[in-house]
Structures are given as structure tokens and as C-alpha cells.
Design a protein around this ligand. Structure first.
Ligand code: PRP
Ligand code: URA
Length: 212
């Protein structure tokens, strides 16, 4: 895949190791959830490196000083339902005061196009850094629609974080929303005829929630 501005493929060995464990069809629901949570935290650590800070006064045992803390009311996490829910707690472990919005989208099994069924976002959203989370970026349809919905509500500073992406989805998301910073745990080979990522990990929602 050609190099694209704003698309960051995270190649940290800890991420690669955990993603390999996720892929294994013998990894059960409990372990799968824990891994998604840990991966989201590791990815979040990198994706949030530009979070705004403000100096606050703190008294150490030695003296008073001005020292930086995350500026208030600055982060919103927005999972794409269902599978994105699995990544929320990893981000909240890093920034417990973040607000959480929800976007409900499901892919039509035949056309693979997303259908919206829910949208509730924190308000006001304009000043926040918004991190959209979804483990899978396949055709890119869901991510493109989620970002469009956030922009329609006034969102400006938007990041998209996934665990596994297909080249087709990265290209579609980048072409539709070149301003969005995209963080990818691992870039896989391609989509199959059912628009599943190969080798991928199967259906992320079913594996997180133990359905099917
Ligand atoms: C999965 C996944 C993404 C979407 C990716 O969700 O969690 O949201 O597919 O595919 P795309 O890039 O081709 O749009 P799904 O629609 O299966 O819903 P679920 O999470 O409720 O299972
Ligand atoms: N959604 C998933 O959960 N997995 C895929 O491989 C593609 C879309």
C-alpha cells in the first residue's frame, strides 16, 4: 500500500504479539476481550500523544510547582457498535474523564454497506479530540459513515483507531476523510468475496460478545 499522510501503521512488537493471539481461532471470548482491551490501551498511548495539556499548581513534599495535566473536557471516545465497545475501556484506563459517544452501524450481509441505527454524541463536540474506535476496518464503509456523522454534529479533530485493517478500507477512509488521523495495529493482505479481512480474525463483534 502506498504511504499516505495521516495513516499510521503501529508496528510495536507488543501489539504484533497480542494481535497474533487475537487471530487464533482457539482464543476464547474471555481472553479475546482482554486482548482487545490491552491493544486499545497500547494503541491509545500512541494515538493520544498530542492531547493538549495545561499547567496546574501542585504542592510536592518539597515545594509548590506548576506542572502539566491533561486539559479538561478534551477527549471523547466514540465506539462503532458493536465491536468498537470492546476498545472503550482501554482508552478510559488512560483518560478516565473522557466522554463516550456511541454510533450504531451494521453491515448489510449482501451489499456490505453500513446501515445506521443509533447515534448519541457528547455535546459540545467541536472542541474535543474525538477518537473513533472499531477493531476492524474492512471495506471502510462503516468508518467513513461514522466520521461523516461526527462531522455533521460539528466534530473537527477526529482520529480513527482500529486493530486490523484491509488496504481497501484504508484507501476509502483516507480518500473520504483525509484530515482524519488513522491508527492501525496491523495492515492485512486483502478482503475476501464476503468482505472479510484476510487473514483477519473473523467477526470481531461475535468474538467479543460470544454470539453466533
Ligand atoms: C464490523 C466491524 C466494523 C465493520 C467493518 O461490524 O466491527 O464496524 O464490520 O466493516 P466495513 O469496514 O466493511 O464497514 P459489523 O457490521 O459486523 O457489526 P457488529 O460489530 O455489530 O458485529
Ligand atoms: N467485520 C469483521 O468483524 N471482520 C471482518 O473481517 C470484516 C468486517
Amino acid at each position: 500500500m502506498e504511504k499516505m499522510d495521516n495513516v499510521i501503521i503501529l508496528n510495536h512488537p507488543l501489539l504484533q504479539h497480542k494481535i497474533s493471539m487475537l487471530r487464533d481461532k482457539n482464543t476464547g471470548t474471555n481472553e479475546f476481550r482482554k486482548l482487545v482491551d490491552e491493544i486499545a490501551m497500547l494503541e491509545g498511548f500512541i494515538a493520544l500523544e498530542d492531547l493538549p495539556l495545561e499547567d496546574v499548581e501542585v504542592e510536592t513534599p518539597i515545594e509548590k510547582c506548576m506542572t502539566p495535566k491533561i486539559a479538561g473536557r478534551k477527549l471523547a471516545v466514540v465506539p462503532i457498535l458493536r465491536a468498537g465497545l470492546g476498545m472503550v475501556s482501554g482508552i478510559l484506563a488512560l483518560v478516565p474523564t473522557a466522554k463516550v459517544g456511541h454510533i450504531g452501524l451494521y453491515r448489510d450481509e449482501v451489499t456490505h454497506e453500513p446501515h445506521e441505527y443509533y447515534c448519541k454524541l457528547p455535546s459540545p463536540i467541536e472542541e474535543r479530540t474525538i477518537v473513533v474506535v472499531d477493531p476492524m476496518l474492512a471495506t471502510g464503509g462503516s468508518a467513513v459513515d461514522a466520521v461523516s456523522m461526527i462531522k455533521e454534529h460539528g466534530g473537527v479533530n477526529i482520529k480513527f483507531m482500529c486493530i486490523i485493517a484491509a488496504p481497501e478500507g484504508v484507501k476509502r477512509l483516507h480518500e473520504a476523510h483525509p484530515d482524519v488521523q488513522v491508527y492501525i495495529g496491523h495492515l492485512d493482505r486483502e478482503l475476501n468475496e464476503n468482505a472479510y479481512i484476510c487473514p483477519g480474525l473473523g467477526d470481531a463483534g461475535d468474538r467479543i460478545f460470544g454470539t453466533k
